[in-house]
Ligand binder design. Structure first.
Ligand SMILES: [Zn+2]
Length: 190
């Protein structure tokens, strides 16, 4: 089924899951990290799995990435509860460092929460599409407007000057409903 562009971001998780299934040789923790942040996240999480309780600097020497990039990745993963950090004193240097550990058991929860959020956004969007009429000039680069907005500019596109006409959003509504149904099945709500 062809889906409009507006649905692409909602498909993100579905694509991500398919990717995870297709790359079975890679740890799901690393795959999720790659989906969240790309190659740098993959390198950092692989290093963490290879060497549990690594410090920032140990990850830096294992990956060759800059320390500030590694910290950015680690803090992001920490804020998403995908890793934990323990503050310990470095015996050689005497100061405190963090030792990081992957929370692999959090991967499924994280994905489920992401799906729930996507589902909520889709429901809001569905209601908005069902309760509004939209007008558009036909130019792909111009945005569609609500009736109120179109009325305020006398049904002339403020961007290109062409006349705006009522657009039929039935197909979009169908696509959103389809996606909601898919997510509800995946989340076993239905
Ligand atoms: Zn226009």
């Amino acid at each position: 089924m062809h889906q409009p562009r507006v649905l692409e971001k909602f498909n993100f998780i579905a694509i991500a899951i398919n990717l995870m299934v297709s790359l079975e040789y890679e740890d799901s923790f690393v795959k999720l990290a790659g989906i969240l942040g790309g190659e740098e996240y993959v390198k950092v999480t692989r290093a963490l799995l290879n060497n549990e309780n690594s410090t920032d600097e140990e990850i830096a020497s294992a990956t060759g990435l800059k320390i500030n990039i590694i910290r950015k990745v680690l803090y992001d993963l920490f804020s998403k509860s995908l890793i934990t950090g323990i503050r310990v004193r470095d015996p050689k240097k005497g100061w405190f460092v963090y030792r990081w550990r992957a929370q692999r058991e959090q991967v499924d929860t994280f994905i489920e929460n992401a799906k729930r959020k996507a589902l909520e956004r889709l429901k809001v969007r569905l209601e908005y599409e069902q309760n509004h009429q939209f007008y558009h000039c036909g130019n792909k680069s111009c945005r569609k407007m609500t009736f109120e907005e179109a009325l305020a500019s006398f049904f002339k596109c403020p961007a290109c000057g062409k006349v705006m006409n009522l657009i039929n959003n039935a197909k979009l509504i169908e696509s959103i409903k389809w996606k909601i149904n898919e997510l509800e099945k995946e989340l076993k709500i239905k």
